[in-house]
Design a protein around this ligand. Structure first.
Ligand SMILES: [Zn+2]
Length: 257
């Protein structure tokens, strides 16, 4: 075989591998190392730090069920050594484009959609993601409360509802107000679709909708709610929460197969 024939054979082989690569579930760690999102009143828990620490547990469960999974974060790698080690162990892809303040910018794929953190949505579109889960914790004000508000799972309007409903159902069945589970004062979780035009800051969800990719924002746990924080500050419970979220995603994936 001549050199150019070998080269063509290699290119054809690589193209075959690329075509066969399964579409991954993308888990995106919300916020960034220099802007960590909502924090508990005692500063023990914040959303960015929590998900840097536990996103690997979600990914491991999804991969164990036979699905491909990629973790992203729009910012730079954490400077904190323990968080950096956790992100490295989990294989977090740092997109190295931290948002500066609340600057909104257009999607590279769908420039009519504008929002913060668009780089994560664009990367998921580049990957042809099967779905995207944006990992957050929520807060209502900065003072402790003992009654949780109804938690939210936000979804993109056209494609995300079934994924959101699946995660809600598994949360209700496996962890909310269950023995050994997360106290939730009998409250449920609400699925909240975000509409194009009505929520300009949700442009990243809308860009994924245009690409036909189901996407949800996990906002079911409140860092100003003391029972929630008392639950998730224990390592075993945080891992349980991460695995419950994964189980909701896996249930949806199986329904799609
Ligand atoms: Zn957040």
């Amino acid at each position: 075989m001549k050199m150019w024939e070998k080269l063509i054979a290699v290119v054809v082989l690589l193209a075959g591998f690329a075509a066969a690569a399964p579409a991954p579930v993308v888990l995106d760690i919300g916020h960034q190392s220099n802007s960590r999102g909502a924090a508990s009143p005692d500063r023990a828990i914040n959303e960015y730090k929590f998900w840097c620490t536990y996103v690997g547990e979600v990914k491991t469960a999804i991969e164990a069920a036979g699905y491909s999974c990629v973790i992203t974060n729009r910012g730079l790698a954490p400077t904190d050594k323990a968080l950096a080690a956790a992100c490295q162990a989990a294989g977090v892809v740092q997109l190295n484009k931290p948002d500066k303040g609340a600057v909104r910018y257009p999607s590279s794929h769908y420039p009519e959609h504008i929002g913060c953190g668009m780089v994560s949505a664009d990367y998921a579109i580049d990957l042809g993601a099967r779905c995207v889960v944006f990992l957050h914790l929520n807060s209502v004000g900065s003072k402790w409360s003992t009654k949780p508000p109804t938690g939210l799972i936000i979804c993109n309007r056209k494609h995300g509802a079934a994924l959101a409903e699946s995660v809600c159902a598994v949360m209700r069945q496996d962890i909310l107000d269950r023995p050994g589970g997360m106290p939730n004062a009998g409250k449920g979780i609400k699925v909240l679709p975000r509409y194009i035009g009505s929520q300009p800051s949700a442009g990243w969800m809308n860009a994924l909708d245009e690409a036909g990719i189901p996407a949800i924002v996990f906002e079911a746990v409140y860092v100003n709610n003391r029972p929630h924080v008392d639950f998730i500050r224990k390592d075993a419970n945080a891992r349980k929460l991460a695995r419950t979220l994964a189980a909701g995603v896996i249930q949806w994936l199986k329904q799609q197969d």
